[in-house]
Unconditional design. Structure first.
Length: 377
C-alpha cells in the first residue's frame, strides 16, 4: 500500500473546494486538489451571485464574497459568462411588498444598494411578467456566473494557481491528517480540507447534513426576453422553512439568450433522475409569473443535489473527531455566492491567523450545543 506526503490536500474541485485551494495557495501553501469528476452542485446549479439576508452569518459570507467576485470579474475568462444582471425580488401582493420593505432595510444596513419598482416600473422593466404584480425590489449589483469555468479559473488561472495541482481521484475515507483513496493509496497532509458538496455526507457521517435535490430546465435562445434574475419574494420561505417538497419561481437570463428556470427542493432524494411531478410543479409556478414561458422551447432538464445543514448556514471549521481535517460543507444553494469568503476563512483557520469575518457562526459545535440545550419532550 503506497503512501505519500503533501502540504495541503483539498477534497473536492467544485467552486467551494476551488476557492479554498486558491486562498491557501495565495497564502503560500502547496495544494493538491482531489476531484472525482462526478457531476457536482457547481456544475448543476444556477450560478447566481446573490446577496441573501436570512441571518447575520449568511449576510457576512455574502458581503465578503460578492466584493471578491466583483474584484475577480475583470480577470475571469469570457466562458465564465459573468454578468451583473441584478436581481428583482418580485412581490405578488401587499404582504410580499411589506416583506420587500423589510428586506430593503436589511440590505441598507449592510450597505447593499436596492430600489423599489412599483407595478408600472416593473412592467416596463420586465414586460413578460404577468400583469397585476405589486412591484419588485431591485438589487442591481447581484450577478450570475458559469460556475464550472470559474472554478477551473480559480485552480488554473487565479493568483497562486502555480502552487495548485489538480488530480482525479476518489476518496474512500478520511483519517487524521490524511485520506485513503479508492484503490488503497494513502495521502498524508499537514491539513486536509473537505469541500466535497453532498459527497461529504458519506465521508463525514456524524455531521448533520441533508440532501436537497433540485430540478432545473433551460430553454432555447430568446435574446432580450429577460434582463434580470427574477425571484419571487416567497422564495426564502419555500427554500428554508418548508418541511416537504417545495417549488418557487426563479428565472435567470443567460448571456446566450436562454432562460434558466428553477427552483425546487426534494428532501433526502439523491436520485439523479428528473422527478417529472416536481418539474411540472416548478414550471407551473414559473408560468404564473411568466405566462409566455408556456410557448418557449425547453431543450434540457437536469437535477442537482444541494448539501444542507439544519440551520442553512455552512460548516467552516475543524473536524470534531479527526485532527488535521477541516470542513467547508453544507452551503446548500449558496455555494457559488459564498465560496470566496469560505476560502478566505478556511485559509485563516488553517494558518491560525485572523480573518475578515468572525468564524464563530460556522463552527460545527453549534449543533451539539443546540442538542444540549433543546427542551425535553
Amino acid at each position: 500500500m503506497t503512501q505519500r506526503q503533501v502540504d495541503v490536500l483539498v477534497v473536492g474541485g467544485g467552486i467551494v473546494g476551488a476557492a479554498c485551494a486558491q486562498a491557501l495557495a495565495a497564502a503560500g501553501r502547496q495544494v493538491l486538489v482531489l476531484d472525482d469528476q462526478r457531476r457536482s452542485a457547481t456544475a448543476a446549479g444556477m450560478g447566481h451571485l446573490v446577496f441573501m439576508d436570512d441571518n447575520p452569518a449568511e449576510m457576512a459570507l455574502c458581503a465578503h464574497s460578492l466584493a471578491a467576485w466583483r474584484s475577480w470579474a475583470p480577470a475571469l475568462p469570457t466562458q465564465a459568462a459573468y454578468h451583473r444582471c441584478g436581481t428583482l425580488w418580485v412581490a405578488a401582493d401587499q404582504a410580499e411588498q411589506d416583506e420587500a420593505e423589510r428586506k430593503q432595510r436589511r440590505l441598507q444596513d449592510q450597505g447593499v444598494a436596492s430600489h423599489w419598482l412599483d407595478a408600472r416600473a416593473l412592467a416596463h422593466t420586465e414586460p413578460l411578467l404577468r400583469p397585476g404584480l405589486t412591484g419588485a425590489l431591485q438589487v442591481p449589483d447581484d450577478a450570475i456566473v458559469y460556475a464550472p469555468v470559474a472554478a477551473r479559473w480559480l485552480l488554473q488561472g487565479a493568483p497562486g494557481h502555480a502552487r495548485i495541482t489538480l488530480h482525479q481521484a476518489s476518496v474512500k475515507s478520511l483519517e487524521p491528517h490524511g485520506v485513503e483513496l479508492v484503490g488503497g493509496e494513502r495521502i498524508r497532509a499537514q491539513a486536509v480540507v473537505v469541500a466535497a458538496g453532498w459527497s461529504a455526507a458519506a465521508l463525514c457521517p456524524t455531521l448533520p447534513l441533508r440532501a436537497k435535490k433540485g430540478q432545473l430546465l433551460i430553454t432555447d435562445r430568446y435574446p432580450g426576453a429577460l434582463h434580470h434574475q427574477l425571484v419571487e419574494l416567497g422564495y426564502v420561505t419555500s427554500a428554508h422553512h418548508a418541511q416537504g417538497p417545495s417549488v418557487a419561481f426563479n428565472a435567470q437570463p443567460r448571456p446566450t439568450g436562454q432562460l434558466l428556470i428553477g427552483s425546487s427542493r426534494n428532501y433526502d432524494d439523491t436520485d439523479p433522475a428528473v422527478d417529472a411531478a416536481m418539474l411540472r410543479a416548478m414550471l407551473e409556478r414559473a408560468c404564473t409569473y411568466l405566462p409566455g414561458l408556456r410557448h418557449c422551447n425547453a431543450i434540457r432538464t437536469w437535477t442537482g443535489v444541494r448539501c444542507a445543514t439544519p440551520d442553512g448556514v455552512p460548516i467552516i471549521d475543524a473536524h470534531p473527531q479527526l485532527p488535521g481535517v477541516w470542513l467547508a460543507v453544507g452551503h446548500e444553494g449558496l455555494g457559488v455566492t459564498t465560496a470566496p469568503a469560505t476560502g478566505t476563512l478556511m485559509a485563516a483557520l488553517v494558518h491560525g491567523t485572523s480573518a475578515p469575518l468572525d468564524a464563530a457562526p460556522y463552527r460545527v459545535t453549534r449543533f451539539t450545543a443546540a442538542e444540549h440545550h433543546a427542551p425535553a419532550h
